[in-house]
Design a protein around this ligand. Structure first.
Ligand code: APR
Ligand code: ZN
Ligand code: ZN
Length: 361
C-alpha cells in the first residue's frame, strides 16, 4: 500500500521550501523504504532550491540521513527491515569499467530507486541526490542503504552520508594523510572541520586550520587543529610555511571552492606534497598557474568527490570509531530542528552561523 507522509518540497526556483504530503510507493525490485530518523541540512539542498543543480522541480530535499529500513522489495538481500542504515548517494553498479577496475568511487552507472515518489496530485518528485530524506519516509535503491551499528545516535550517523564523509574522506582517502604528516585545511566549515578530524584520525602531527572567521578557527581547534591562521589578518601561504619549518604542508585540503583559496593551497604545499580540492567550484571559475610552478613543485593535485568513500567500508568503520570515543561527531551538530524549520536553517547556514542543522524525525 502506498503511504502518505510529510516531506520538504522545493516547488520552484528560489521559492521557500514547504512541508507537503507526499506519496511513497511500496518498494519494487531492488528498492527499500526507509523510515528516516535524521537528516542534516547541506549546501547542496540549498543549491537544488536555487535551481543551481538542475531544473527538475519539484524536488524532495534532504540527502544526509540515517534511519531504519521499513520494507524491502523483491531481490533485496543486503539489507532487511529493522536494519539501522546510513543513506548514500552512490549505489554503484559493480559492472562498469570503473567498478571492474576496483574504483567503484568513480562508477559511471550509479542508481537510485526506479519508482518515483509523488505529490498529492500525482506530480513526480525529484529526490535530492536520489535520496529525498527531509521526509518521514523515503524510497531509495537498496544499494543506497549501508547498515551500521544501531548503538549510534541517528543525529550523528546521518552526517556521514554527506558533508562529514566528504571532509574525513578528503583527508584519509584522497589525501592519503599518514602518521606524522603536516596537513593544512583551508576553509573550516562542516567539510573542512571534518577534514581536520580525518587528519587527526590518520595520525597527522601538525594540523593547520585556515579560515577568515575566528569562530570557525575556534571550533577547528576544538576538533583537533594544532595551529590556526586567520587569512584575513595573515598571509596564509607564508603562515603555513612558517609553521612547517619553511617547507609547506605535506597535504593541503581546500574546502572552500574558490580560485584564490585553491591557489593558496597549491603554494602552501611542500615540494611533492598533495593538494586536495574538496570545495565545489562554480562553472565559471578558472585558475591560471605558471606551468613551471606545476612542474617544479612535483606532487599531486587531486579532487575529492564524496570523500572518495566506499560507503560499505567507510560508514561502519567510522561509526565504530565514533562509538569507541575516537571520533567526535557530536561537535558537528549545531542544532536539531523539525521538518518545518528547514527554510530557516538555510538562512543560518548561509550566514555561517551553524556547522550542521539536523532535522530529527
Ligand atoms: N579563505 C578561508 N576560508 C574561507 C574563505 C577564504 N577566502 N572564504 C570562506 N571561507 C570559509 C568560511 O568562513 C567557512 O568557514 O570557508 C568555510 C566554508 O564553510 P561552509 O560554508 O560551512 O561550507 P561547507 O559545508 O564546509 O562546504 C565547503 O565544500 O562540499 C563543498 O559544496 C561545499 O563548496 C563547499 C565546500
Ligand atoms: Zn550534501
Ligand atoms: Zn559501476
Amino acid at each position: 500500500m502506498p503511504q502518505y507522509v510529510q516531506g520538504v518540497v522545493a516547488r520552484a526556483k528560489g521559492e521557500p521550501v514547504r512541508v507537503e504530503t507526499i506519496t511513497v510507493p511500496d518498494p519494487g525490485s531492488g528498492e527499500a523504504v526507509v523510515k528516516v530518523q535524521s537528516c542534516g541540512v547541506c549546501h547542496t539542498d540549498l543549491h537544488y532550491r536555487e535551481g543551481g543543480i538542475n531544473d527538475d522541480f519539484p524536488f524532495l530535499l534532504g540527502h544526509e540521513a540515517a534511519g531504519i529500513v521499513e520494507q524491502v522489495g523483491p531481490d533485496v538481500t543486503d539489507v532487511a527491515p529493522g536494519d539501522f542504515v546510513i543513506l548514500n548517494w552512490r549505489a554503484v553498479c559493480g559492472r562498469c569499467r570503473a567498478c571492474r577496475r576496483g574504483r567503484p568511487q568513480y562508477c559511471f552507472d550509479t542508481h537510485n530507486a526506479r519508482q518515483r515518489m509523488t505529490l498529492a496530485d500525482g506530480t513526480e518528485l525529484s529526490p535530492a541526490l536520489g535520496i529525498g530524506a527531509f521526509a518521514e519516509k523515503t524510497l531509495v535503491a537498496a544499494g543506497q542503504c549501508t547498515k551500521v551499528d544501531a548503538a549510534a545516535s541517528p543525529s550523528v550517523a546521518g552526517l556521514l552520508g554527506c558533508g562529514v564523509m566528504a571532509g574525513i574522506g578528503a583527508a584519509i582517502n584522497t589525501g592519503g594523510v599518514g602518521r606524522g604528516d603536516s596537513v593544512a585545511v583551508i576553509g573550516c566549515g562542516g567539510v573542512g572541520d571534518a577534514a581536520v578530524v580525518g587528519a587527526r584520525l590518520a595520525g597527522a602531527a601538525r594540523i593547520i586550520a585556515v579560515d577568515i572567521d575566528d569562530r570557525k578557527l575556534r571550533t577547528a581547534r576544538e576538533l583537533g587543529a594544532t595551529h590556526t591562521v586567520n587569512s584575513r589578518t595573515s598571509e596564509p601561504v607564508e603562515a603555513i610555511r612558517e609553521l612547517t619549518g619553511g617547507f609547506g604542508a605535506d597535504v593541503v585540503i581546500e574546502a572552500v571552492g574558490r580560485p584564490e583559496t585553491y591557489e593558496q593551497a597549491f603554494y602552501a604545499r611542500d615540494l611533492a606534497g598533495t593538494v586536495v580540492l574538496v570545495g565545489v567550484p562554480t562553472p565559471e571559475m578558472t585558475l591560471e598557474l605558471p606551468l613551471l610552478d606545476v612542474f617544479g613543485r612535483g606532487g599531486s593535485l587531486k579532487s575529492s568527490w564524496y570523500g572518495d568513500c566506499l560507503p560499505s567500508r567507510d560508514f561502519p568503520m567510522l561509526i565504530d570509531l565514533h562509538l569507541q570515543g575516537r571520533l567526535d561527531l557530536d561537535a558537528f551538530v549545531s542544532e536539531t530542528i523539525a521538518l518545518d524549520e528547514v527554510e530557516d536553517a538555510f538562512a543560518r547556514m548561509h550566514k555561517g552561523d551553524v556547522l550542521r542543522s539536523v532535522v530529527i524525525l
